[in-house]
Design a binder for this molecule. Structure first.
Ligand SMILES: O=P(O)(O)OC[C@H]1O[C@](O)(CO)[C@@H](O)[C@@H]1O
Ligand SMILES: O=C[C@H](O)[C@H](O)COP(=O)(O)O
Length: 920
């Protein structure tokens, strides 16, 4: 598009006649290249119009927008084509509006840019109003015009929008009839406006399309040579008549009141002014319609042609009105009904914009699919100086054929050939595929019972209940489906509080234990079996079992006629069982689409798949990073999440701690510390940020950037929706398994858990099993506590960690007080902290506490329960059970040479304890 060099070009001469030339064209490069600005300067260009066909050519017909589309989809891969279009269009229109803003500031009526509502709303008044308001707000520029068609349904929308102060370009006008209605709607709209001054509107009268249609009809009737006019004469005459009417209305009494209030006239805009018939002058519809207070919007070719050889012969729009009238009369006499021509054109005009609009949606949908297939993985690893070690590890793994060997279930990746609990614990690798069939059965069961229950309670420990807990807290139950909660505390106050809260006759219990022998789980089951048996003769209807085939629990479930028994694959360990019935049954019961969960995990599997070479294998890359960082002393993996994902780190915690915390090594997951600035942390941290798309908050991002800049490794993972949890579960399972190989441990056993269980059993049988002879400090014994705290903290090593183990009834208030306590510990010592409720943590971080790096210090908190609950069918109470578990673990920690301080607390003492620590 050449530009004019002189001031006396036809384009400038038109301006001197009081007409504004606008550009009927847009694309991003027009603004980016500075071309639009040059046209304004050199051609006195005064405005810009767009329509769906123009955007279709710009976006659909080029790759100019591909980077922007990729950026949108990286942020939100589920963004649909219509949203992509709107965001691209809004951005272009804004840029054009900003370029033209000086013209707008100077004139108040020019320097405007038009954006059209969807052509599919042409016959929907309310839809048009809504979309116009939305676009007006989205663009947010005063020199925007919303284009609304002059259809029957468009007219009231035009009036309404003008009354709200929204600038309107009325489009698709072909006849005097259309013009009349539009001008009257303008007057009504402005009269309803609070302040009519400053509202800008144009009435777009289409020209060349009329010419074409008339030519066609003349031709069809064999009249082309028989008459002394052609289609272009009719089109020009039609437009000139509209201009005459414009003058009558806007220079006469009709507009007097508004003129007085400072309102602008609604200028006629000549649209469709590129000449479609090559036998006619390419500037015909510019030269013939020059007039004061009009606009002519022309595409680039017409602008070039007009600048090159256009003639400006004064106010041509008022030329020869007698001939104009005569032409229109003659047209009627030869039997061509102009009203029919123009109504047909308006209807066709809607179609003519709808087709490119739909084509554009199709093109964008195709681009979306193509780009999404190649989107970067939503995990980003900032590893600083550790990058080399990780790259070397991945190279070594490629040479060793690590990925293929993992899929071949090769135990020597971790330990000796015949190590137990190894090759028979790798079933998780292909769960996304192998669970598909069972998933359908689980969903059918869930759908069949949904009406019978308001609550589902999962009774289970560690890997048998952590995934359900995450699903229950992250997802909302689908309409009509029950809530899912988990019971994993043996504290009698917790058990009785839950029982009191539930409507037992509307509750389904999922008894979840792989081994079928876990004491806590069986105790919960016996308690609730007894309670439900008091209400019904068929208590089994309220129970479902999740277990391994052949387990003790399977036998119980069959004997007692449970509503269902789901059998899990035996080659998947507890902490790797999220995508087996252990995780899927509770998820399905709350209406989560579990096939979708498996599909998402499948996406991660594809990225970590059989023989995908180590450097391109996302699970292995994560594993190499976790392992190498831990080896280099960065062994405290500190989790941060966006609000929806708050429950996720508890699942990660078990996976990491129980898998890697053994043989005096391991990775310490930190799941409960509030995030702080770089000053709060030592050199032993890695930060992992899980966020749900759209939930990132500025403070967290800024703090993580500061930590990154301070040299801490930061791993960020984006979840596009809640279902991506399954993808991350799979990725982290693979990552932790691989990290185990770096650390030289066997990630699938938990050797130190058994020791605590044995000691707890012994404590139950001993006379003083409740721990009365275990050294315990009372929180209100201030002097002793101060001294013991000082001794305990005195042994803290800054590369170590502090673990708070709370054998207390879980509640939001207690969790908040405990979080404050661990924060005080971190801030006083600079050490990382872990926090867990007993006995839940025994099935999570408990393995690491005793078997992991020997630099942990533990604070065991016990209380005196208010409630006491006998466990039916046994000879113990929940009070005795939890006390024995605390005592047993205390002893196990001591046997493993760990330092433990045991404090008896009551409701108020957690705050005092935090204060005592801060006071040091
Ligand atoms: O499913 P089960 O056999 O009841 O075990 C529960 C949890 O106890 C452990 O075996 C030991 O903590 C975990 O690995 C497991 O997730
Ligand atoms: O606002 C402008 C119109 O959308 C445009 O001028 C239509 O032109 P056409 O008839 O060449 O498609």
């Amino acid at each position: 598009m050449p530009t004019a060099q002189t001031a006396d070009t036809p384009t400038r001469a038109v301006r001197a006649e009081g007409q504004s030339l606008w550009l009927d064209y847009i694309r991003r490069s027009l603004m980016e290249s500075g071309q639009l600005e040059r046209l304004v300067e050199e051609d006195a260009l005064r405005g810009l119009t767009s329509n769906p066909a123009i955007f279709e050519k710009a976006i659909g017909g080029s790759s100019e927008y591909d980077d922007a589309i990729t950026a949108f989809l990286t942020e939100d891969p589920s963004m649909d084509a219509a949203t992509i279009y709107e965001r691209l269009a809004v951005e272009d229109i804004r840029r054009a509006a900003d370029t033209l803003r000086p013209v707008y500031e100077e004139t108040g009526v020019d320097g405007v840019v038009s954006l059209e509502v969807s052509p599919h709303l042409a016959h929907d008044t309310e839809g048009t109003i809504e979309e116009a308001r939305r676009l007006w707000d989205a663009v947010g520029r005063p020199n925007l015009m919303i284009k609304v068609p002059a259809t029957e349904e468009g007219i009231p929308a035009i009036e309404q929008l003008l009354s709200e102060g929204i600038n309107v370009n009325v489009t698709l006008m072909f006849s005097l009839g259309h013009y009349e209605k539009v001008a009257q709607a303008y007057l009504r709209g402005l009269r309803r406006a609070d302040d009519p001054s400053g509202i800008v509107s144009v009435a777009s009268f289409f020209v060349s399309r009329v010419a074409r249609e008339v030519d066609t009809r003349l031709d069809e009737r064999g009249l082309t040579d028989a008459v002394d006019f052609d289609g272009s004469d009719v089109a020009i005459a039609n437009a000139r008549m509209a201009y005459r009417r414009f003058e009558e209305i806007f220079h006469g009494d009709d507009f007097a009141d508004l003129r007085e209030q400072g309102a602008f006239v609604q200028r006629p805009l000549w649209a469709s002014t590129s000449t479609k018939d090559p036998t006619r002058s390419d500037v015909l519809y510019v030269e013939s319609l020059i007039g004061e207070q009009t606009v002519n919007t022309i595409p680039p070719d017409t602008l070039d042609a007009f600048r090159d050889h256009g003639t400006v012969a004064g106010q041509t729009v008022t030329d020869d009105l007698d001939r104009a009238e005569a032409v229109l009369r003659r047209l009627d006499e030869v039997g061509i009904d102009l009203d029919d021509v123009t109504e047909t054109l308006q209807a066709r005009g809607v179609e003519k914009f709808a087709t490119p609009f739909d084509d554009l949606m199709d093109v964008l949908e195709e681009k979306r699919e193509e780009i999404t297939a190649h989107l970067p993985d939503p995990i980003s690893l900032h590893l600083h100086e550790h990058e080399t070690a990780v790259a070397e590890r991945l190279d070594a793994w490629r040479e060793d054929d690590f990925a293929c060997r993992m899929w071949r279930r090769d135990p020597t990746l971790w330990a000796d050939e015949d190590t137990p609990e190894l090759t028979n614990r790798l079933g998780w690798l292909d769960l996304p595929e192998s669970m598909q069939e069972q998933a359908a059965e689980i969903t059918a069961f869930a759908d069949s019972v949904t009406g019978d229950f308001d609550d589902v309670v999962v009774l289970g420990m560690g890997g048998s209940s952590l995934a359900p807990d995450v699903f229950g807290r992250v997802f909302d139950p689908a309409d009509g489906y029950p809530d899912v909660t988990v019971l994993d505390s043996t504290h009698p106050d917790a058990v009785t509080a839950l029982a009191d809260d539930l409507a037992l006759e509307r509750t389904l219990f999922v008894v979840a234990s792989k081994s079928g022998t876990t004491t806590e789980t069986l105790s919960f089951f016996r308690y609730f079996w007894d309670r439900v048996s008091g209400l019904t003769d068929t208590p089994g209807d309220h129970f479902v079992a999740n277990t391994d085939p052949g387990s003790n629990l399977e036998e119980i479930a069959e004997d007692r006629d449970f509503r269902a028994v789901f059998r899990a694959p035996t080659d998947v360990g507890g902490r790797y069982s999220a995508l087996t019935p252990f995780g899927l049954v509770p998820a399905a019961l709350m209406g989560v689409d579990i096939e979708q969960l498996l599909d998402r995990a499948w996406a991660a599997e594809a990225g970590s798949d059989f023989c995908v070479a180590a450097p391109n294998n996302s699970g292995l890359e994560l594993g190499a990073a976790l392992g190498e960082l831990a080896t280099a002393g960065r062994d405290k993996v500190t989790f941060v999440t966006s609000p929806t994902l708050e429950a996720f780190p508890a699942w990660q915690e078990q996976l990491i701690a129980e898998s890697t915390g053994k043989d005096d090594t391991g990775i310490v997951p930190v799941a409960d510390e509030p995030l702080a600035g770089p000053g709060a942390y030592g050199e032993d941290r890695v930060f992992v940020y899980f966020y749900l798309h759209g939930e990132q908050d500025r403070d967290t991002i800024e703090t993580l950037s500061a930590l990154d800049e301070a040299g801490h490794p930061v791993i960020s993972v984006r979840l596009d929706d809640r279902y991506d949890l399954a993808r991350e579960m799979y990725r982290w399972e693979m990552g932790v398994a691989a990290a185990g190989a770096v650390l030289g441990i066997h990630p699938f056993n938990q050797p130190n858990v058994e020791a605590a269980k044995r000691l707890a059993r012994e404590a139950m049988q001993a006379e003083n099993g409740t721990g009365s002879d275990t050294h315990t400090v009372a929180a209100d014994d201030h002097d002793v506590l101060e001294q013991e705290l000082a001794d305990w903290l005195g042994t803290a090593d800054e590369t170590g960690y502090l673990g708070v183990q709370a054998y207390l009834p879980p509640s939001d208030e207690t969790t908040a007080a405990l979080t404050d306590l661990v924060t005080a510990l971190r801030d006083t010592t600079g050490c990382a902290t872990t926090l867990g409720y007993g006995p839940r943590f025994l099935h999570s971080t408990g393995q690491l506490h005793k078997g992991g790096p020997p630099n942990g210090l533990f604070l065991q908190l016990v209380d005196t329960p208010d409630a006491t609950g006998p466990v039916p069918e046994t000879d113990y109470t929940f009070e005795e059970l939890i006390a024995a578990q605390a005592t047993g673990d205390h002893q196990a920690l001591r046997e493993a040479d760990r330092t433990v301080l045991r404090v008896r607390v009551d409701d108020d003492s957690l705050g005092d304890l935090a204060e005592a620590i801060r006071a040091r």
